[in-house]
Design a binder for this molecule. Structure first.
Ligand SMILES: NC(=O)c1ccc[n+]([C@@H]2O[C@H](COP(=O)([O-])OP(=O)(O)OC[C@H]3O[C@@H](n4cnc5c(N)ncnc54)[C@H](O)[C@@H]3O)[C@@H](O)[C@H]2O)c1
Length: 340
């Protein structure tokens, strides 16, 4: 099989490339990535010989030529602007990349008759749920995005379904819970806390410390995508979650515990606008129909992740100056944070 992995130099994409190369050594993988601040060739260390197209997914001619010349069978689409805080500061960029970029890929995939277009999406398209809500989101829950990031991902999901319905493009979609693990940019909660803790610097935590997320190790996410690519039903959506929830503060405590650092490093900062309370997915369909189950318990996964950041300073230290948002600065009415 010949795969095009968009966003393959990002956090989940690079973990997926690593996973696929290990499990399917005879397949040909092409990475397509614009190398924004979040993309990093160093995340693909050991894969220097890989076919790498350094280009924007909004560039139709390059996408079209790549699909044709590389004779791509399957597109696995991770590329996106992915940081909610950044979306609050530069929403237009998110709609451009996540909606127009996805539609550009879909159009090229249609013209080149790819056998499968797999789209990576998020739990956040369903909006927030109350802390005491009894029922998790299901595949057919209504879309109620509340932030420019989640709205742009929702727009992308709709574009994918429109290409399936209108043009018969063979698509699948996965909507996943919050990921953590190696190669995550040190702007997202676990990577931010791990790198701060290792440097004995304060961990900036939003004041709604009790807001909950469902946490999944990135390798379990990669296995879920693999299951859908190999066994998933064309046209279907699968929710990918661990069922394991933890609050922002509980996650910070797990990281501090793993790093052997004191609770006094926790520093409360003002919430960013539109900070969702909670997301939780019902992943029963993926589990029962495709036999997937998460394998890495949260405490162990966090301990391994903190250890990975401890052992890989040369990977993340150069990224600190690229971080686009200062999470301390929401107190200035949203005008203070930096965006590069
Ligand atoms: N991180 C999570 O917890 C999570 C959870 C659910 C779903 N997702 C989704 O998974 C996907 C990957 O997320 P991630 O955390 O790895 O993101 P990331 O920000 O780490 O990586 C994104 C990658 O996309 C590339 N990219 C950005 N704009 C591009 C463009 N215009 N053209 C080509 N490449 C471009 C970047 O260079 C980077 O390599 C995203 O679609 C995201 O919405 C993420």
């Amino acid at each position: 099989m010949r795969l095009l992995v968009t966003g393959g130099a990002g956090f989940i994409g690079s973990n997926f490339v690593r996973h696929w190369a290990r499990e399917h050594p005879n397949d040909h993988v092409v990475v397509y990535d614009a190398l924004t601040y979040a993309g990093n060739r160093a995340s693909l260390a050991g894969f220097e010989g890989l076919d790498f197209v350094h280009a924007d997914i909004c560039d139709f001619e390059t996408v079209d030529r790549t699909l044709r010349e590389q004779r791509i069978d399957v597109v696995v689409h991770f590329a996106a602007e992915s940081h909610n805080s950044r979306a609050t500061l530069d929403p237009g960029l998110f709609f451009r990349t996540n909606v127009i970029g996805t539609q550009t890929l879909l159009e090229a995939a249609r013209r080149n008759e790819v056998r499968r277009f797999h789209h990576i999406s998020t739990c956040e398209v369903y909006g927030e749920m109350a802390l005491d809500a009894p029922d998790p989101f299901k595949e057919d829950s209504p879309y109620r995005p509340r932030t420019p990031y989640s709205a742009s991902k929702a727009g992308a999901d709709h574009a994918v379904r429109a290409y399936a319905e209108t043009f018969g493009l063979p698509v699948t979609i996965t909507n996943c819970a919050n990921n953590y693990g190696p190669y995550q940019f040190p702007e997202k909660l676990v990577a931010l806390c791990a790198t701060r803790a290792l440097d004995d610097r304060p961990l900036p935590l939003y004041s709604s410390l009790g807001n909950k997320r469902e946490w999944l190790h990135v390798s379990d996410h990669c296995k879920a995508i693999e299951a859908v690519l190999l066994k998933g039903r064309i046209g279907d959506t699968y929710l990918v979650g661990s069922g394991v929830e933890a609050t922002i503060e509980e996650m910070a405590d797990l990281v501090l515990d793993a790093a052997g650092k004191p609770a006094t490093l926790k520093e409360i900062v003002k919430d960013r606008p539109g900070h969702d309370t909670r997301y939780l997915l019902d992943s029963a369909k993926l589990r029962t129909e495709l036999g997937w189950a998460p394998e890495i318990p949260l405490r162990l996964g966090i301990a391994e992740t903190v250890a990975w950041f401890g052992a890989n300073r040369s990977w993340w230290e150069p990224l600190l100056e690229k971080a686009s948002v200062d999470e301390h600065a929401w107190a200035n009415g949203g005008t203070g944070p930096v965006v590069r």
